[in-house]
Design a protein around this ligand. Structure first.
Ligand SMILES: [Zn+2]
Length: 369
């Protein structure tokens, strides 16, 4: 079966534009537009814009959507921690296959809130932290043990314990990358390597006013010299020594999430950096930062953005997401959803950037083959 048929024809009737659906309760009649798959607003349940923005971004990651809509998650699901993941799957199904212009994420929130009550407080939370909680929960519920790797784990030195993950899930397959730290003692020149997995890269912002994402990346990956209080113990010298640390990506994830560190906290002084950070929509080249042997797909395309408006304590989150069916960008502001031109995706409010190393195909299509 080929996929050359024009959208929206589909064997399952999945991608038909539901222009005449009955349930358009969220918008006044004059604003109602044809409802598109995956272009669904989310109700705000009391300061839950941070959650809505993250859910919109995750629901635009096509391979993740495909995994849930196709039902593949059911076989991987660990029964003892399935509540959050099941609620997530149902919500994603509503957002992609439902016929409402907006849905309520309250079942998902109450499932997550039963594990982490802070999310039930109806206070503003950090979207980046929330993303990590959600990815961790989904990973815990969907992980599979890998026997072969358990052996590798045993023979690996303790510092590299995290290198060979013994548990994989759709989350690690899509979002997990690995950093390599090459640590050189500046006295004896002994080199040691340390590895660390990541799902979000927190990037420093090297300018107050304007810089590029590449500037942030360069700043993150530049060689560091650790002196004075930051000296590292060298096992060869058997004492603390000045060391040089070089960081590279030793495993590039399929979806790389950048967290722009706009919230600057120094002692009791907190402030938000409103730097305009210029980021490309296509062809972000990570070649300089990836170990040469792992440079398989070094070019990344932007697929979603979380924006933050206002200050540290209050503020509001929205999301821009590229829909894999229409290939257009949409702005998601809780229940308010609108299509935006590519030129509007670059703003000074960007807080999280989701990049993918491969163009997304439409979800569900693959599992037919
Ligand atoms: Zn040394």
């Amino acid at each position: 079966m080929t996929s050359h048929r024009p959208f929206p024809a589909d064997d399952f009737g999945i991608y038909h534009v539901l222009s005449e659906c009955a349930n358009h309760a969220c918008l006044p009649e004059s604003e109602r537009q044809p409802h598109l798959q995956g272009v669904t607003g989310l109700r705000n349940l009391g300061n839950t814009c941070y959650m809505n923005a993250i859910l919109q971004c995750l629901c635009s990651v096509s391979p993740l959507v495909e995994y849930f809509l196709s039902g593949k998650y059911v076989t991987a699901l660990q029964k003892d921690c399935s509540e959050v993941t099941t609620a997530f799957a149902y919500l994603m199904t509503d957002m992609w296959l439902g016929d409402s212009d907006c849905v309520s994420p309250e079942i998902f929130l109450s499932a997550l809130g039963s594990l982490y009550p802070v999310f039930l407080k109806k206070t503003q939370q950090d979207a980046q932290e929330f993303l990590i909680y959600v990815l961790n929960e989904l990973h815990e519920a969907l992980k599979k043990h890998c026997g072969r790797r358990a052996y590798e784990k045993r023979s690996a030195p303790r510092s590299c314990r995290k290198v060979v993950a013994s548990e994989t899930s759709i989350i690690t397959r899509l979002f997990e990358g690995q950093l390599n730290y090459r640590i050189t003692c500046l006295k004896c020149e002994t080199c040691t390597n340390k590895n660390e997995v990541f799902t979000v890269l927190s990037l420093p912002i090297p300018s107050e006013y304007e810089c590029s994402l590449q500037d942030c990346l360069q700043c993150f990956f530049q060689q560091d010299t650790l002196t004075w209080n930051n000296q590292i113990h060298c096992s060869f010298c058997e004492s603390k020594q000045e060391t040089a640390v070089r960081t590279t990506v030793s495993k590039a994830p399929k979806i790389i999430v950048f967290h722009l560190k706009r919230f600057d906290i120094q002692g009791t002084v907190k402030r938000k950096l409103r730097t305009e950070i210029l980021y490309p929509l296509t062809n972000l080249d990570l070649t300089p930062y990836i170990c040469p042997i792992f440079r398989k797909h070094p070019k990344y395309n932007l697929c979603a953005v979380v924006n933050h408006f206002g200050d540290l304590d209050g503020g509001h989150y929205t999301a821009f997401c590229k829909n894999s069916v229409t290939q257009a960008w949409y702005s998601f502001d809780d229940t308010r959803v609108s299509e935006i031109p590519d030129t509007s995706v670059q703003t000074a409010t960007a807080y999280l950037l989701f990049y993918s190393c491969q163009p997304f195909s439409m979800p569900i299509q693959k599992h037919r083959s």
